[in-house]
Ligand binder design. Structure first.
Ligand SMILES: Cc1c2[nH]c(c1CCC(=O)O)Cc1[nH]c(c(CCC(=O)O)c1C)Cc1[nH]c(c(CCC(=O)O)c1C)Cc1[nH]c(c(C)c1CCC(=O)O)C2
Length: 355
């Protein structure tokens, strides 16, 4: 007698985001939004005002858990993303990060070997430990069907902040460093690669069931530099995480990669590709069909601010383009503070309607 067929009753099988990342064309597609916890929500601003600084919020497990859950309660997204920041990595390494009101992040720039000497992987435990505690609390508090995404910045993007010292689009400083002193810049990237591997490993052990690597400044690099600083370090992170945790899917977000996006997918073997606003929908579909990657994106965050018929039309057009391929509905970049919360509610309603 043959064994009865077992329906897949594992808890994870109910998480639509994980099914999509495993290659299933889930319909309607799962939805979450980059920066879904943030200043556009009044309940976030309230908690943020009591936290005493943005990084204090990131390092406070009770408050970070609360703000991660806020958009889940309000909209019922298919995934929660850990509330933290990509600059926790340099901060934990000892390059102190400050967030100045209205100005964004500020770091003492690392421009040479001496600056590199101050970074200390052994010192990251205390700060990373607080993030892991947030992850563990979240997995306890989240509804079973909601996936929990852990994340880090990609080495190139994190390095651009470490070298420029600020959060503008100034990746020129890192590019110059890389051209002038390739050896020292390689050491910087190596440090961030090693640290990111341990950091993501810790998040998975604490309960994250998918990971995203944010490479916000991957655009504008000449192809050799894209290969050296975006692709190669990401390959190292993805392959080591896959060795340690073969079942945890990884989404790469090489913003602005343009014509390099396909190479990025094939070389890094990410399960999901975060697509920016400039990626044509036809190209997203082609990547899902022919490169075997789950595509995620790519609604313009400013369209979510303006709303109205243009928003509704674009949502319909996006759904049409993603029908029958493995996809995750998201924005092409983070939600902006001016976004009316009711526009997000409408977006979720339309996507869940699947038309
Ligand atoms: C480049 C980058 C950073 N941080 C991040 C990136 C990559 C994605 C991207 O390109 O947007 C990633 C990030 N930052 C934040 C998250 C939390 C999870 C989420 O809801 O997506 C994530 C995943 C919270 C945050 N990180 C930050 C805020 C706003 C800070 C506040 O509340 O005052 C939030 C909610 C601050 C931050 N952090 C960073 C900048 C440039 C800024 C200032 C810009 C701004 O003020 O919006 C660095």
């Amino acid at each position: 007698m043959s064994a009865p067929a077992h329906p897949d009753t594992s808890i994870k099988a109910n998480r639509k985001l994980l099914r999509a990342l495993a290659g299933e064309a889930v319909w309607p597609p799962p939805i979450w939004l980059m920066r879904q916890a943030g200043r556009y929500l009044p309940e976030y601003r309230e908690v943020r005002a009591t936290a005493g600084g943005f990084l204090n919020l990131c390092y406070n497990p009770a408050l970070a858990t609360e703000v991660t859950l806020q958009p889940i309660r309000r909209y019922g997204f298919d995934a929660a993303i850990l509330f933290s920041d990509i600059l926790v990595v340099p901060d934990a390494l000892g390059q102190q990060v400050r967030f100045l009101e209205g100005e964004g992040p500020c770091l003492d720039p690392i421009t040479d070997d001496a600056g590199l000497g101050q970074l200390n992987l052994a010192a990251t435990g205390e700060k990373f430990g607080r993030v892991y505690e947030t992850v563990a609390r979240l997995r306890q508090d989240l509804p079973a069907e909601v996936a929990l995404i852990g994340f880090c910045g990609a080495p190139w993007t994190v390095a651009t902040y470490m070298v420029a010292g600020r959060g503008s689009s100034d990746q020129a400083a890192a590019r110059m460093f890389a051209y002038r002193d390739r050896e020292a810049f390689t050491r910087l990237i190596d440090i961030v690669v090693e640290t990111s591997i341990e950091y993501l490993d810790g998040q998975v052990k604490a309960g994250a069931d998918a990971l995203q690597i944010f490479d916000s400044w991957a655009g504008n690099l000449p192809d050799g530099e894209f290969q050296a600083w975006v692709v190669a370090p990401t390959v190292r992170i993805v392959s080591e995480l896959k060795r340690r945790h073969p079942d945890v899917p990884i989404i790469g977000f090489p913003r602005g990669a343009g014509l390099n996006a396909e190479d990025y997918v094939l070389a890094t073997k990410v399960d999901g590709l975060g697509c920016d606003t400039a990626m044509p929908l036809g190209q997203m579909r082609a990547l899902a069909e022919f490169a075997g990657v789950t595509v995620q994106g790519n609604l313009d965050p400013l369209l979510l601010v303006s709303g109205g018929q243009a928003l509704e039309d674009r949502i319909a057009e996006t759904l049409e383009a993603l029908r029958d391929v493995p996809a995750i509905f998201n924005l092409g970049h983070g939600i902006v503070p001016q976004t009316p919360p009711e526009h997000v509610a409408r977006l979720v309603e339309l996507v869940r309607g699947g038309t």
